[in-house]
Design a protein around this ligand. Structure first.
Ligand code: FAQ
Length: 325
């Protein structure tokens, strides 16, 4: 069967490394894949605010508190850019939110782990934002325009996040024995879940091949995981922390680090909703949605009122009446 003109144009744009824009024709499956990935990504940013926002009131200094507030606020912004990008594909934010609240949508496995110590704020920045950058820098070149452009700004902010996490850990590692122990204990808990953020191994990743053909993904899950570990090893040496993988070794032949076995059973348990904090994260999101209902209703009522007013009225409302003053 020969391709239609529209289909050929789509194929040519992808082959030329050009961008697909919202009004361009695209195959249904391409649209569906993008909505799936971008909405999951948006949900991750929003749920991902929870482990860190827990520490805002307990940050050890005013400086740390200010940095943490800014970081958590950045994650909210990332969620909003991503919901907007997904909306350009014809799925409304309400639909995406409903799916999340109802427990039908995925978000990154990593946010189903608790953050019981201050060092976890360092580990989240260093390891979680570090993994996010490794995964997301190639997404700046994703073939769908609104997604790729959103990723450019997100990656700039994630790189600040990663450095602030590294710096928290560095300060702890230069502190007392108890602080060093707290940092190491935290890295021990976050290391493996951070490796799982890249998704299942390549031979068990049903979406990768097609997403790479469409140039949404540019590298496989395992390639990016490997790139991440290569980046972490020298950074761990500067920090003075040990990465908790006894099988981690530099392989002279491949010039890459060999990794120990990842516990994929744990990954699948978390994806099935049985991780350490899944229920708590989802409940918190539902409560926040309920608590925010009056704000949404007030905003909608105001928009309705403004739309009903004649245009001149609206303009006059903000301009002081010179004759009267
Ligand atoms: N967690 O066939 P694949 C952040 C699912 S943002 C949960 O390999 P794909 C910033 C996958 O969805 C972190 N589910 O799938 C931050 C699929 O399920 P489905 C989020 C996972 O899409 C920092 C199934 O398994 N980043 O951290 C996970 O080709 C600090 C089969 O997998 C992104 O979303 C997982 N880890 O590759 C915020 C980046 N892995 O939908 C706050 C964009 C896989 O068929 C604080 N996304 N699954 O039912 C991607 O790059 C890709 O979607 C992958 C998965 C690589 C995550």
């Amino acid at each position: 069967m020969t391709a239609s003109v529209e289909e050929q144009q789509f194929t040519d744009l992808i082959a030329a490394d050009s961008r697909i824009e919202p009004r361009d024709w695209m195959p249904d499956a391409y649209r569906k894949t993008l909505v799936r990935q971008i909405s999951q990504h948006a949900h991750s940013e929003i749920i991902g605010m929870q482990p860190e926002s827990n520490w805002i009131t307990r940050a050890p200094s005013l400086k740390r508190k200010a940095i943490l507030i800014a970081k958590v606020q950045d994650e909210a912004g990332h969620g909003l850019y991503l919901y907007s990008a997904a909306q350009t594909l014809g799925t409304s934010r309400d639909e995406m939110t409903d799916a999340l609240i109802a427990g039908r949508a995925r978000y990154s496995s990593i946010f189903n782990y608790p953050a019981p110590s201050w060092a976890d704020i360092g580990s989240i920045g260093w390891l979680v934002d570090g993994a996010a950058i490794c995964n997301q820098v190639p997404l700046c070149r994703a073939s769908y325009g609104p997604y790729g452009r959103a990723m450019v700004r997100i990656c700039k902010e994630e790189s600040f996040h990663q450095r602030q996490g590294f710096e928290i850990l560095l300060e702890l590692m230069q502190g007392t024995a108890a602080q060093r122990e707290m940092a190491q204990e935290s890295v021990n808990r976050w290391y493996w879940p951070a490796l799982m953020m890249f998704g299942p191994p390549d031979d068990d990743s049903p979406n990768s091949a097609q997403s790479m053909k469409w140039k949404i993904k540019r590298h496989s899950n395992d390639e990016l995981r490997q790139r991440f570990v290569n980046m972490l090893v020298p950074q761990a040496a500067v920090l003075g922390v040990t990465l908790p993988d006894p099988d981690l070794r530099f392989n002279e032949a491949t010039q890459l680090y060999d990794l120990g076995e990842i516990d994929w059973t744990e990954f699948h348990e978390v994806l099935a909703g049985r991780g350490p904090a899944n229920a708590q994260r989802l409940q918190r999101r539902r409560d926040a949605h309920d608590d925010g209902r009056w704000v949404r209703e007030a905003a909608a009522a105001y928009a309705h009122k403004m739309a009903a007013k004649p245009a001149t009225d609206t303009a006059d409302a903000d301009v002081p009446n010179e004759a009267a003053s």
